[in-house]
Each structure stands twice: as C-alpha cells, then as structure tokens.
Design a protein around this ligand. Structure first.
Ligand SMILES: [Zn+2]
Ligand SMILES: [Zn+2]
Length: 342
C-alpha cells in the first residue's frame, strides 16, 4: 500500500502515503462504520435524494465549503446492484454501476460529517448527460463560499477545469490532472472548485468499481487540505454556463450508449442551420484536438485516419466540417452519430 496504485510519480514535496497514514486510518475506520450507508446511497431512488420537482437539492448547514455530487447515473439498469469484495493485490473493492456518483453522495452526506468536516451540500441531476442542474444553482442572499468540492472522478488525481487559482491552491495536496466536465464546470457559486478522484474504475459501465484504498487516500488528502485551507477563500467571477452534451433523440431521458462502431463527428464549420448556441463547439473541438474525451476526460487513442477512440465511453470521435444538425431534435447540436458499420 505504498502508492502502488498511482501511475504518476509523486512529487517528493507532496504528501506521501506514509505521511498520510494517520488520516488514511481515520477515513478507513469511519468508512467501515458507515459502509451500509454507501450501499443505501447506491440503491436509493433518485427521487428520494432530489425530490420530484426541484432541479437539485441544496442543504445549507451553515458551512463555508460547498460540496457537490450528482445523483443520476450513467448505467441504464435498475438501482440495486451492489457488491463488496476483495481483489488480490488491491484490497477491498466495492462494485456498483451507481458508484458514479453515489460514492460522492455518500462522501458528502455521510462520511465527511463523520470525520468532522462541515460542508453545505448540492445534489444534482443530469450530469451524465452533461446537462448538470448545478447550472441552475443560485447562491442564496448573504451566502458566501470559500471554495467548492466534488468527489466524482476516476483514479487518484484532481481536476479544477477553468478554475485556475484552485490548481495552485490544491497542488500541494493532489496530482492535478486535466478534465473536461462535471457539475462544478457549470457551477456559479462565487468561488472556485475542485473535483477529486475517488478511485473509480470502469465508470460509465455496469462494471464500475472502486478500489477503497485509493478512495481512503484521496479523502485523507482532502482532509489535510481542508485543515490547512478551509478558511481560505478562492473567489470566482460569474462564468457563462457551459454544458456538455449527450446525444438526445430516442434516449433523451437517459444514458444513450452509442454503437461502438459509430463515429461522433464534431463539426468545425458554423453552418447557419447547424448552429446551436447551447452546444459548446469550441470546447468539444479543442478536447478532441488535444486527444481528450470531451465526455469523460480519458485520453483518446488514435484509431485510423483522424478518428480517435475513448476506451471508457467506447465512443469514436472525428473532427469534421459537417454542416447539418442531427435531425429529430430541434436543438440538436452539430454532433452526429455517423454509422460506420460495414
Ligand atoms: Zn460522475
Ligand atoms: Zn470518454
């Protein structure tokens, strides 16, 4: 358990697992006392967490930190599937298609309070379609947050998206990676924010699991950052809402798993008919150009020609000058599922 799960070399100035050992032990102990709550969170109907009418659920605990998690899931299977296990070489794991992001829900509703961490809570919907209801959150009058946090990311780094100052803020505690979208990407809470990896693997599939020792270490890193800097404010100017996109059409209300042989063509042209101002063209194009999946941040693998593949989402992307919008949906953006099957 000495950082064996991390691919990236740790900067020696950063926290080592040995330095973190007391905090990791605290997190492990708190988790073990609460583990039935994680199962409950993974199995809880979304209406129970969010209600039926409001776009999100907001809990004001009088805290200076806002913690965010999404309650929707990527897998179109009934809630209920949950298993604990032991994986040789990795230790205890939890397996549920709903870990993403019910593990985040569990972390901010159950685990952090047990660890003496005080946060306000924002629970959202629509994140997996990159239409997070976090965008609709409005800071209550008189409320000010120092910073915001989310636990909704694979592996063991953390990302700050457009929150540049937050990178400097968190850099002593976390490996800083690059990300493209989560709730905090569209959050306007007057403060900057960070999304912390919580040891997800195979997220966005029914095989999603979490290596718990990775999770414990990441929460321990958060605890150190919280102790050092919970009272330090990292302000942010209001930003324009920038949502991502999942294909709508027939599966508009849920996760639409594209055929792995299909290619998503993201147009570089700005044809009048195709223009959809809600779609972040530049963002998609730039992500694909840089070889990053705009849906999930995974590095894309070149397939053939200029087609790139995300192994996590199993989506193939291609930049193109394609001009027409995807029909059937008046708001259809300039991303097309093009059948490439032979
Ligand atoms: Zn997620
Ligand atoms: Zn992806």
């Amino acid at each position: 358990m000495n950082g064996q799960f991390s691919n990236a070399p740790r900067d020696p100035q950063r926290l080592t697992r040995a330095v973190l050992a007391p905090d990791i032990a605290r997190v492990r102990e708190a988790y073990n006392a609460l583990r039935s709550s994680l199962k409950l969170r993974c199995q809880q109907p979304i209406e129970e967490l969010l209600g039926t009418d409001a776009p999100f659920s907001y809990i004001d605990n009088g805290a200076q930190i806002l913690a965010v998690a999404h309650c929707d899931g990527a897998a179109q299977i009934p809630v209920g599937w949950y298993a604990e296990g032991d994986c040789p070489g990795y230790g205890p794991i939890v397996h549920s298609p709903w870990l993403d992001d019910r593990l985040g829900v569990f972390t901010i509703l159950d685990l952090l309070p047990a660890l003496g961490v005080k946060v306000d809570v924002l629970l959202t919907d629509g994140e997996e379609r990159a239409q997070s209801t976090a965008a609709q959150f409005v800071l209550p009058p008189g409320k000010q947050y120092n910073w915001a946090v989310e636990f909704d990311r694979r592996g063991e780094d953390a990302v700050c998206y457009h929150y540049d100052n937050m990178e400097d803020f968190a850099e002593p505690y976390f490996e800083i990676g690059r990300g493209t979208f989560s709730d905090i990407s569209v959050l306007n809470a007057g403060c900057q924010a960070i999304n912390i990896g919580v040891g997800y693997h195979e997220e966005h599939t029914v095989g999603c699991y979490c290596i718990l020792e990775e999770y414990f270490e990441q929460v321990a890193r958060f605890l150190v950052m919280y102790r050092d800097k919970s009272t330090v404010r990292v302000p942010a100017k209001p930003a324009p809402v920038r949502q991502g996109y999942w294909p709508s059409g027939p599966a508009a209300n849920g996760y639409c798993k594209p055929n792995p042989d299909d290619v998503w063509e993201v147009g570089t042209s700005r044809g009048e008919d195709a223009r959809d101002d809600t779609f972040p063209y530049d963002y998609y194009e730039e992500a694909i150009r840089q070889g990053i999946c705009p849906q999930c941040d995974e590095l894309l693998t070149p397939v053939s020609g200029d087609v790139k593949h995300c192994r996590v989402c199993d989506i193939r992307y291609k930049l193109s000058g394609w001009k027409n919008k995807w029909s059937r949906d008046a708001k259809g953006p300039m991303v097309q599922l093009k059948d490439m099957r032979r």
